[in-house]
Design a protein around this ligand. Structure first.
Ligand SMILES: C[S@@+](CC[C@H](N)C(=O)[O-])C[C@H]1O[C@@H](n2cnc3c(N)ncnc32)[C@H](O)[C@@H]1O
Length: 368
């Protein structure tokens, strides 16, 4: 029996997709609400899983700048679709038809193209890229249509920020965010299409809950805290067959309420303090020292985050705007000054340790 029949959840697996992780992602989504937004739908795997899991949302938005035509083709033509067997001739025929927006060719794209990509960016899918039969692909497309029509899913093709601003979301909505991964090039789309710092800044102040998927990135840990879920996986990239690199797939969540303000008190460390200082402390003094030190460490971390929000992120955002669709682009320009823009890690650390001005004797400092 074909897979779609057994599991009854349509899926379109590909290396950058979330058909595998979708169950876990949905565990972090509130069971009901007003609008469910799949911001970068890809092949729709998260939305299909959410519908399959019985999430109760009044409205559904499936957005993607690149793959919205795929969703429209499923919605409008899924019931009549019947996939042909994979062959180079079928690939070439569909690649030509897709240029004219032929729905059959668009529906065949993820089945025929390497990495589930596009006719333009990816070659034909070899045996290693996908083992799904034509019959199984047909069943998945047809079932996917039932899901889209059943929930009257709205399909949009907006840039992520335009999509969120247009939807005017609030605390009873939820957004699932699966941007192109920062250091992965899957061919069909590029991480350059999203400015991570702009997204971070936007999401930190979001008035709606969200669930965010990415590999483990120091920049994201600083911005959002530790992820609620981590799993070791094989690196997703165009070179999946050549590389055995591992990455940690993560999920971050946010409840839609901005972080509250806290008050932190700290003492600076005197310049001449030595290890011997601690041998003379009583146990209660030692504990007090540990307590104060933790407050000071928290303060420094908050200062670092503030520095990132108020200086680093806006500067990176401006650079991103200036390098948009230019060569060299954002990543290449940063690489020229020796920064790994994928993670921002070296940037973060240098800010943290050069920040002498944070030290201030016995003051109470308000820090967000
Ligand atoms: C990692 S994939 C999403 C995979 C999807 N969750 C799935 O399971 O198939 C990222 C998607 O983001 C889309 N994308 C890239 N830049 C975008 C942008 N600026 N706004 C909206 N979507 C974008 C890409 O077209 C791509 O389909």
């Amino acid at each position: 029996m074909a897979r779609a029949e057994k599991s009854e959840c349509p899926s379109f697996p590909w290396p950058g997709g979330k058909s595998g992780l979708s169950r876990k992602i949905i565990e972090y989504v509130p069971k009901k609400g007003r609008t469910f937004v799949d911001l970068c739908g890809g092949r729709g795997n998260i939305t299909f899983r959410a519908i399959h899991a019985g999430l109760n949302y009044q409205g559904w938005i499936l957005n993607d700048t690149l793959t919205a035509p795929f969703f429209r083709a499923i919605r409008d033509h899924g019931d009549k679709f019947k996939a042909a067997e994979k062959s180079q001739a079928e690939f070439d025929r569909c690649a030509a038809l897709a240029k004219d927006g032929e729905p059959y060719a668009i529906l065949m794209e993820s089945h025929l193209c390497y990495n589930g990509g596009t006719y333009v960016a990816n070659k034909m899918r070899g045996d290693g890229g996908g083992r799904r039969t034509a019959e199984s692909h047909t069943l998945n497309v047809r079932l996917a249509q039932k899901y889209l029509l059943g929930k009257k899913v709205g399909i949009t093709q907006k840039d992520w920020r335009d999509c969120l601003e247009a939807a005017q979301l609030g605390p009873t909505d939820v957004v699932v965010i699966d941007f192109p991964y920062l250091n992965c090039n899957v061919g069909a789309f590029s991480p350059e299409s999203i400015c991570p710092t702009e997204a971070i800044e936007f999401l930190q102040k979001a008035p709606f809950p969200w669930v965010f998927c990415e590999y483990y990135q120091p920049l994201l840990v600083v911005a959002f805290g530790e992820p609620v879920f981590k799993q070791e996986v094989q690196l997703r990239s165009c070179d999946v067959q050549k590389t055995r690199e591992r990455r940690t797939e993560c999920i971050w969540i946010y409840d839609g309420k901005s972080a509250s303000t806290v008050t932190v008190t700290f003492e600076p460390v005197s310049e001449d303090r030595m290890q011997i200082y601690y041998t003379h402390l009583s146990e209660s003094e030692l504990l007090e020292e540990i307590k104060q030190c933790i407050g000071s460490v928290n303060f420094s971390r908050n200062q670092m985050q503030r520095e990132m929000r108020q200086r680093l992120l806006p500067a990176l955002l401006e650079l991103k705007n200036r390098t948009y669709r230019k060569k060299p682009g954002f990543y290449d320009t940063l690489a020229k000054i020796g920064l790994n823009a994928d993670t921002g890690a070296p940037v973060v650390l240098s800010f943290q340790y050069s920040g002498r001005s944070y030290q201030s004797a016995g003051r109470t400092v308000r820090s967000s």
